[in-house]
Ligand binder design. Sequence first.
Ligand SMILES: Nc1ncnc2c1ncn2[C@@H]1O[C@H](COP(=O)(O)OP(=O)(O)OP(=O)(O)O)[C@@H](O)[C@H]1O
Ligand SMILES: [Zn+2]
Length: 685
Amino acid sequence: MMRANDRLCNNKKLHLYVTMKQTVEFTACGFFKLGYPLVTSIIAAATTYLRLLDANTCFYIAKLTVTPSFLRTNSHRIMALTSISEDLRSKVKSSKILVVGAGGIGCELLKNLVLTGFEDIEVLDLDTIDVSNLNRQFLFQRKHVGRPKAEVAKESCLKFNPKAKITAHCANVMSKEYNMSYFEQFNVVLNALDNRVARAHVNRMCLSANVPLIESGTSGYAGQVELIYKGLTPCYECVGPQEQKTYPACTIRTTPTEHIHCTIWAKYLFNQLFGENPDNSDEEVFDVRADAKNEAGDKEQPKKTSPREWAQQTGYEAELLFNKLFNDDILYNLSMSDLWKKRKPPVPLLWNNNFDDSPSSDSPVGMNDQKVWTIAECKQQFADALKALKEASLELGEGESLVWDKDDEPAMNLVAAAANIRAHVYGIPMKSKFDIKAMAGNIIPAIATSNAVVAGMIVLFALKVLDSKMEECKTVYLRNSVGFRGAFIAPEKHFPTRNPKCFVCSSQQISLVTDMKKLTLKDLEKLVLKGQLSMIEPEVMMDEKVLISSEEGETDHLANKTLSEVGVLSGGQLKVEDFVQNYEIKMIVVDKQLNEDEGRFFITGDLDTMKSSTKEIEAEKSTSETNGAASAPSTSQPESDEDDVVMCTEDEPSTSGLSKRKSFEENPIPVKKRRTEAEDCVIIN
Ligand SMILES: Nc1ncnc2c1ncn2[C@@H]1O[C@H](COP(=O)(O)OP(=O)(O)OP(=O)(O)O)[C@@H](O)[C@H]1O
Ligand SMILES: [Zn+2]
């Protein structure tokens, strides 16, 4: 059989068009018969080559023609030059594959699969097509907006190979019908998801069904593909959930030094004025003491008016609110003189101050969202947004409130304007609405090329799995900068070791350490079982007694009772099951009064340690936290003794598990992806 290498050298050319911001568009001429994974990986190599050429530039336009000699000289970067044997070819034809997710990676992947010759594919996606998907999820077109992704992906893929049998499910993979026997019918499952909960669920289903799972994810220019196979590799949950980036509350409230601090503050402002839970003291933006002090001196007690009430009483009057937030409260902050001994003090700003209206010099012309507003423009946007949001809130029913959404124009404008005015007051450079949107929405751009490269690698993994070469499927990383081996695409040398305390892939029982007089069954379900252990419909039994039922309403009367009140004893054992996940664990409950640092509970995998002294429990806990084991406590406080707040993610991280989480540490606030800039690019031929 002719080797792929030889065929590549057969005068075929691959054209790459590199456009703004390192987004690579490509056309592959004449390569189709080689199979798409090959093409995708060649593109990966060529992309790597281009980025190596110009790694420090974020704007360039170039055209690269990949010739046989390019391929020869760069073959060490091209991972896909393996030939496909007859035997493997027939396996490809007869295998049954499940693709979970038909988004950015999923579309690329489905196209790769049919072009590689896979003919029996099921695809599952719960979502419908949004216009913002179109720039990178190329199986979809404008006319498909609003239709189920899985269904349209199937239709488009059938055009590549009408012989393929594709079954589309517009459904949540966590629904009951996708149980263990459903998963058992597949030779391999390919994840193309964007959230941790669904990934964890598929991980468990594949472990129970003993089906190899290829897990993947991208985050901007970074990406990863890994094999999860029982007995050989760690599972997705061998590493605990990624820690969220936290900021000290006092930095947000009083001493911001970076724009992100002002952006978080502005989101709190929205919440306090219009959103849910306006009285959340963690999100306080108004300093009610400022009114009291400014009016009556130090001795006066703070007024008890909430920001929402205050704003409502004043009719959300922009000038009053502006002066309160950017003058009165700032004056109050300044009165705490100790704070400003080593810091640059803020400069209060009044509505009627004279503003410098000259537009920022580096504002790109014609891209409104990408230009930095002047203070006068911020003031106008602030007033307009307040007016629009006030009107929207008047239409709400009793007990309803507005929900902040980065794509809601007035909500985003209020945050962008308020964040910038506050930044200005604190001498922090202001940013464009585009940049603030990325920060406020925890957005990392979705890069079409990263998805393409990762999807190509997934198929290569699938081929190896079908060829029973599992041991060759070491995790592969697409890096966002060149690594020490000089490669953007770098395979791991070894499989990482499994976490022996992982409660998912090891048979060990887990222990829950908590104050049993405080933790209610509702908390147990929401925070521990669903929040920490990623269960979908947990059921908890103590001996024969059902404490939490998966049947709706059956145990509602117990929900507010504490563990002690329902008779759980310290050291007592609970049987926790999730029928949806076909998953069962034994949970030992250990009663302990936890200090603030420990949060409301923590989980460990080692019962013996738990039964030992408190000191050993502490040691156990800190080990599992530092090695990132699945037992990291969700409610623990950050180490700092400052009163910290969490920058909440709107979405689950799109990164997948294991060492990927390590590699993504530079991007600690994942991960709602946004469109690439490809739409704004001109492709030069
Ligand atoms: N539980 C689930 N069951 C089925 N499909 C899921 C589930 N969770 C997520 N998905 C799908 O996984 C896909 C992930 O794709 P991607 O990361 O590109 O997200 P997206 O929603 O298409 O894009 P964006 O988040 O940027 O708007 C989405 O199409 C989403 O609907
Ligand atoms: Zn595991």
